[in-house]
Structures are given as C-alpha cells and as structure tokens.
Design a protein around this ligand. Structure first.
Ligand code: SAJ
Length: 401
C-alpha cells in the first residue's frame, strides 16, 4: 500500500515514519523544502526521543521519502496545522490547501483522511470540495476523520498503542480507514461518524482544560482562605470517586490551551463552561504575575532595596523544552516589563540559550535571589531545599507548602 502524508510536522512526520516502518510505502509531503531536504537526509527536524533512528531506517530501506509534491498513492492523510485567525477562530485554510493539492491525484478506491484537529463539520466541507472538483468520484472514494492522541515525548509508543477514533463519511469509509490504521496501530480503532470523531478530539482536550481550571480556581480560593491547596486536593482525592488535577501557573502547549476555542467559537451561546474554563486558566497566569509583582513591591517596602527575583521555568509543562503558549513565559515577560531586567533571573534548565531571555543556572539563581517563583515543576527544582530566608512563590507545587 502507498500513502501520502501531507504535512511533516510534530504529528505527520512521526506517523509517516511509523507507517513506513510497518510496511506502508510513504511519500512525506511538506511545503517547506528545508524540511523535505533534512528528512531525506535522515535528520529529524522535530524533537522526539528515538524517532531519528527510525527515520534513518525507513529512509535507507526506501520505505519513506519526502517531497514538496504528492505522488499517486492509495491513501492521502492530511496532517497540517489548524491555527487561529482573528479572535480565536479556527483557520482551516491549510487543510483546504492540502486537500486541493491531492484532489488531482485521487482515483477510484482511494482513502482520504484528515488527522488535523479541526472544527466540527470540516470533513463534510472537504468532502464537498473534493466532489465539486471531481464529481465522477462520488461513491467511489473513502473519506474519514481520524484524530491523533499522542503525548509529545512518548510518540513512538503511543502512536502504536493508543486507541483511536475513526469517523468515516459512511460505513465503508470508516471500514477502509480502520483497515489502513490497523497496519500500524495495535490499540482499538473505534468506529463512528466524522462529526463525532471531530468533536471527540476537541472534547478530550476541553475536558482536561476544564478539569485543570477547577484545580486552578481552587488554588486561588485557597490562597485567599489560607488553605494549602496541595494538601486539600490530596485529601479530597482520597474520596473513591473524586480525582482533582493539579493547579499550576496556567495552561499552555499547543493542544489543551487551543482546542477548546474550536468548540466555543462555533457554539458561543452553548459552550459556557468550556469558555469559562479557558478564561479561568488564562486568568491564573495573570493572577500569578500580579502575585509576583506584589511580592516585589512588598519586599522593597520592607527592605528598602529592590529584590532579586528568580523566575524558575519557562517551558509549558515539566521536564520538556517546549515554550509554545507557555504561561510561565507570559508571567516572566509581564514581571520583567514592570521591573528592571537586571533584578530578574530567568531559569530554564532544559534549554541552553534563548533569543529574548538571558538564562541563569537554577542553583545559582536559587542562591542569589530574594524572591523565588516556581512556574514549572521541573525535576531539577525538586532537588532544591526549602529556604526560610527567601520569599518563595510556589505556583506549581515544588514543595507543596
Ligand atoms: N497541567 C496542569 N495541571 C495538571 C495537568 C496539566 O496545570 O494537572 C498543565 C500543564 O502544565 C500544561 C497544560 O496543562 O501547561 C497541558 O499539558 P498536558 O500534559 O495536559 O497536555 P499536552 O498539551 O502536552 O498534550 C495533550 C495530551 N492530551 C491529554 O492529556 C488529554 C495529548 O494526549 C494530546 O494528544 C495532545 O494534548 C494533543 O495533541 O491534543
């Protein structure tokens, strides 16, 4: 079987590699010639442990090659980004452009699948687009939506072992897509229709966003009430049917902080809780920044000098080097705007340099600073000892004090 993966990014490239490893002859298509060039040279342009070795193997065996244009195949997978336009409105123009590119290649019996996170109804729209240009293919090709669910850093395992939801435009399409994915997925392939599959992806990430918002709201209430939120959540979770997540300095990354808007922008009147969860999580970062600014002012009043403040962590979650949509980065920027940069030490142990922030070693910063602000719960920070002589703002539960 031959497959064309449209988009060689964080999801498209690993999926193309795993499919090639399992016997699918893959053409990886990307509009960026640099990505095509390095991929064909066996070099991974994304960060994912273990993936480069697999890429080299499938490039060498001839099972995968990259190109800026598609090739005639049996399956076409759309794995391009769906960014925002305007006020958090999903922009499906990349999905549309990739679809338009493959339309001339489609032939009877082919499979067309969208994997990109997409607003509800996108698969139907692309189906209409395909048949408007190629009406003779009506009833002769298979069209489905199949979202990915992998956690960056654990992609090799999760791509193969996670269950997937497959929603075809009809039962034959669902069955055809199940047949395709069963070549490399060992998890269960759950059949449904395309709208439900689209909504399922958005629901998974909105559900997590709402649960984190609950924890973040609790943390703000507990701060005012003088209650240790970490102890509280630990105790509440002893209830057999309660499972509260952990508060942090907000929600970041390219999925949880983004996907709920795909629901709320299309269903503004109905999605009250989903939209509020987004607001609560965004507000948590703002609240943290204000807490730091207030701590700096209080220190100045008490000690008659400006404090040195250490901002510990820039990544959007623990033990990664990914700063996309990071609330820690937002808080650090906001605090730096209201203070002299010389008084702020920025720490991110998982990156060596940054084009905006001058980075300081975490131990050195912990030693030098008067105010310590824990933003991301990196393992390195957990090796530090609590210091009574410092003002510690622990937004991510390093000490759980
Ligand atoms: N966070 C908290 N408290 C928690 C858990 C997380 O504040 O108790 C924060 C993190 O610090 C981070 C944000 O939430 O800022 C998101 O982190 P995450 O680990 O929940 O999610 P991502 O963005 O790394 O990956 C998610 C995964 N989805 C879920 O776990 C539901 C992954 O399976 C998806 O494939 C991916 O989004 C995606 O592409 O949608």
């Amino acid at each position: 079987m031959k497959a064309c993966f449209m988009g060689l990014g964080y999801i498209g490239l690993p999926t193309a590699i795993i499919a090639a490893k399992h016997g699918v002859k893959v053409t990886g298509v990307d509009i960026n010639p640099h990505v095509v060039e390095v991929t064909n040279a066996g070099k991974l342009h994304i960060i994912e442990p273990g993936m480069e070795e697999l890429l080299q193997e499938v490039v060498k065996s001839g099972m995968l090659h990259a190109s800026t244009t598609p090739e005639v195949s049996d399956a076409y997978l759309i794995v391009v980004p769906t960014p925002f336009k305007g006020d958090h409105e999903p922009d499906i123009s990349y999905v549309q452009a990739a679809t338009e590119t493959v339309i001339p290649y489609l032939k009877e019996g082919d499979l067309y699948v969208i994997e990109s996170t997409s607003p509800v109804g996108t698969t139907d729209k692309m189906k209409d687009l395909i048949f408007s240009k190629r009406p003779e293919l009506k009833g002769k090709i298979h069209i489905a939506y199949c979202p990915e669910r992998v956690l960056p850093g654990n992609v090799i395992y999760e791509l193969v072992h996670n269950d997937r939801v497959i929603g075809g435009m009809d039962e034959a399409s669902t069955a055809k897509a199940q047949e395709f994915y069963s070549q490399f997925v060992q998890g269960t392939l759950h059949p449904t229709n395309s709208k439900t599959a689209e909504m399922c992806k958005l629901t998974e990430n909105s559900s997590r966003d709402s649960q984190i918002a609950f924890a973040n709201e609790l943390s703000i209430i507990c701060d005012k009430a003088g209650i240790n939120v970490w102890e509280l959540i630990n105790l509440a979770n002893k209830h057999p049917r309660v499972n509260i997540l952990q508060p942090g300095c907000g929600v970041g990354g390219h999925c949880i902080a983004v996907d709920p808007y795909f629901i709320s922008s299309d269903f503004p009147a109905e999605s009250k809780m989903i939209a509020t969860a987004r607001e609560v999580n965004n507000y948590k970062a703002f609240w943290c920044a204000e807490k730091v600014q207030n701590a700096i002012l209080r220190f100045e009043l008490e000690h008659h000098r400006k404090p040195v403040t250490a901002m510990m962590g820039l990544a959007f979650k623990p033990n990664i080097d990914d700063l996309r949509e990071s609330p820690a980065k937002y808080i650090t920027t906001k605090v730096m705007q209201s203070s002299s940069n010389a008084d702020i030490l920025v720490v991110e142990p998982n990156i060596t340099t940054h084009n905006v922030f001058k980075l300081t070693d975490y131990k050195e910063a912990y030693e030098k600073a008067d105010i310590i602000v824990f933003l991301t719960a990196h393992n390195q920070f957990k090796t530090l000892e609590w210091r009574d002589d410092k003002v510690i703002l622990d937004f991510c539960g390093i000490f759980k004090k």
